[in-house]
Design a protein around this ligand. Sequence first.
Ligand code: PA5
Length: 485
Amino acid sequence: MPGSASDAEDFLSSSWMERRRVGYDYTNSLAAMVGEKHGVPYEELERFAKDNQHILEEFHKREEKGEIGFTQLPSTVEYREEVSRFLLKAKGKFDYLVVLGIGGSALGLVALQEALKPEATSPSTPPAGGVFPALYVVDNVDPSLVSSVLNRIDLNRTLINVISKSGATLETLANFLVFRSALIEAVGYQKHSRHIVVTTTLGEGYLFELAQKEGYQLFGIPLNVGGRFSVFSPVGLLPAGLIGIDLMELLAGAQYMKELCHSRPSMKNISFLSAVIQYLLDIRKGKGIQVFFAYSSLLRGLARWYQQLWAESLGKRLNRNGEEVFCGQTPLVSIGTTDQHSLLQLFGEGPNNKSITFLEVSHLPDQLAIEEEPSPHEMTDYLKGKSLQEVLLAERRATELSLTSNARPNTTFILPEISPFTLGELIYLFELQTAYAGELYQINPYDQPGVEEGKRTAYALLGRRGYGEKQKEIEKKMPPKRHII
Ligand code: PA5
């Protein structure tokens, strides 16, 4: 069992890793449990997975050619070493770490921090000489967020990590300019470069050029790895390492999942099978929404990261042949038990257009026993001797049972524990699942033309040079009259 005394001895041995293997229970997505109208017949699933086995082979060929880069990250020693050298240099120098980034340049880090270092963001108290800096992720241009962070930190003791693959994202650059001038004011121009680290595409883009000019420390993002697939590059590794997350264990978890998936046939490959199930539920059973129901508040960040990964990768107008397909399942974050008292009513009795993906944790870091009451009462008697973890598990199971009996297809990922290893496994599993789903939908899961179009429109509205034509195009589309009451 994870957490036992023998664990320290056989850390990262094959039996240690096997005890932490993420499991996948897809029983309730099958027609046998929820009926043919809403579930997939087992034989159909098996046939489909077998008929599409070629997707796995083609994917691996493209990987070998270097077209797909994210699968190489767990075993890229160079990044881990480069980051470790910086961690040694930075040790004890900073009380605050401010990360400026958005989307794929921020959400992976938030997922890791919320699950593994929930204490790293302390909104009210500054770290009192703690070993690791307090983390603030600024992923919005909301002035109230920016000024609340500026008010809480001492810039003399702050490291700013600005992360942008393109080096051009409006929100990240705008926030960077605000933090940079505050920093220069606090520490002086001469010293300010010691407080800034830039993670971007090496050799191109505004941030790269600025870093070279000003002497900021630089970390690279491989060209063949997109933002939302970049957690295991310096995008996630550097800030995660700075707040004290064990990078070796994290990457070992990702590598373990990679080896499991890559060595197995389609029906045993957890990333592929889960992609196929979502695809069939969406296309054949009309489940256009995937509820990502995580039963631990520690996994909220992971759920939000997954939401972006699934939405931005699969929500596409055109397929690879340029035909209009308007595909993609809408991901929706839910946290158990909290959202049992908010969204569950809709999931159980509203339109049957959703597939539910549970995330269950077998052993949470704290179990917390429920104390016996001085005067026993029938309202609380049944809780005697139980832990909060047991209550959480029972509630998830109850939700699963009631949704299944209402013919709502659902599947469950089972995490033995929340640790760097299992988070590494899960993140890799979902990245690969999304990549495979892209192949099933026959779209490109690595681009985001809709987001890029939004970026161009914002540049034009803010008067960026070279966007005059776009400005005219926007003006032409303006309504002759606005209807506002
Ligand atoms: O996943 C993605 O590719 C996007 O969400 C990007 O990460 C996001 O748009 C930010 O882009 P950049 O890293 O270039 O600043």
